[in-house]
Ligand binder design. Structure first.
Ligand code: GLN
Length: 306
């Protein structure tokens, strides 16, 4: 990889910042409408320990669906390969909150990164943990080395009050027998999980275990096996951006995951993890400037896996 990665990122940041984007905040979660739409930050954590950030990279945001990668990581620890009987590994080609394919595939979500799939993962965690809300938080605090990391009650409550679509998804899957616990309990945990708050520096550091064969960078502690890390990275590449996953692979060329809070995390195995945040979303629910920045970085460097 190019050694002047800091220059590449700084140049991309300065190039993308003034671009007029026509994206919109995710106002369907009312609390997210209060975020300053002009925030923009990026942070890269390299496997060799170097790191670099610019812009609003130290300001916390709602990581939303980025957390689905972490809940999947915890769930594979419990179920191992059996997890794939509850959930598939195929791109959906549909919006993140779509109900469409659930009937066709008898309640088996296409992948763990669309809402239906992440809701089933929450159900699995509730089955295997005494207190999923607390134990998931502990898991993320440990892998991120952020002892005061927390859920945002304001964001979670806001989504709990308006998340009719997720309520429909969870009940529909329950009717097809792929939710084993009380749907209200599963949804409660799902909304809490999505409300986790981190900044770009913390996201890029937290996800570095996936670029490091399943081990934490800070102390080498094993979080998941290298084979599990390989699979999760493959899923990020094929399913991390909903019906824009192909385009992200095409334009950026890295495994990644987005959230409607405007965050994106992407990584290059054995090399680096990068997190970017800009709250305005394109029509597919992915950060407009976040995608643009990553595309610019990988187009003008050798920082893509391809
Ligand atoms: N909490 C959001 C939802 O369930 C997460 C969606 C996302 O980030 N794409 O709608």
């Amino acid at each position: 990889m190019n050694s002047d990665y800091t220059q590449i990122i700084e140049n991309a940041y300065k190039f993308v910042k003034p671009i007029k984007d026509h994206g919109k905040l995710a106002t369907y979660i009312p609390e997210l409408a209060n975020v300053n739409p002009d925030k923009f930050g990026v942070h890269i954590t390299k496997i060799d320990g170097n790191n670099f950030g610019i812009g609003d990279h130290l300001e916390k945001f709602s990581i939303q669906s980025i957390a689905k990668v972490l809940s999947l990581s915890l769930a594979v620890k419990f179920l191992g390969e059996r997890i794939w009987t509850r959930i598939d590994v195929e791109p959906s080609g549909t919006k993140f909150d779509s109900l469409l394919l659930l009937e066709t595939y008898k309640g088996i979500p296409r992948n763990p990164f669309i809402n239906s799939g992440a809701i089933v993962i929450c159900d699995i965690l509730i089955t295997h943990l005494e207190n999923a809300r607390e134990e998931f938080l502990e898991f993320v605090r440990d892998l991120s080395d952020i002892p005061d990391l927390n859920y945002s009650d304001d964001i979670a409550d806001s989504e709990k009050a308006t998340g009719y679509r997720n309520v429909a998804l969870c009940n529909f899957i329950k009717s097809l027998d792929n939710i084993k616990n009380d749907p209200a309990e599963v949804l409660d945990f799902y909304f809490d999980m999505c409300s986790l708050e981190m900044n770009c520096e913390q996201v890029s550091r937290s996800f570095s275990f996936l670029a490091n064969g399943g081990r934490k960078l800070s102390d080498g502690k094993r979080i998941i096996t290298s084979s599990q890390a390989k699979r999760i990275n493959a899923l990020m590449l094929t399913c991390g951006f909903y019906d824009e996953s192909g385009e992200f692979a095409f334009k950026v060329g890295l495994p990644g995951k987005s959230g409607v809070g405007g965050g994106i995390v992407a990584l290059y195995p054995n090399n680096f993890t990068i997190a970017v945040w800009s709250p305005k979303l394109n029509p597919n629910g992915n950060s407009f400037k976040g995608m643009k920045l990553l595309e610019t970085v990988t187009t003008h460097s050798e920082m893509s896996i391809f």
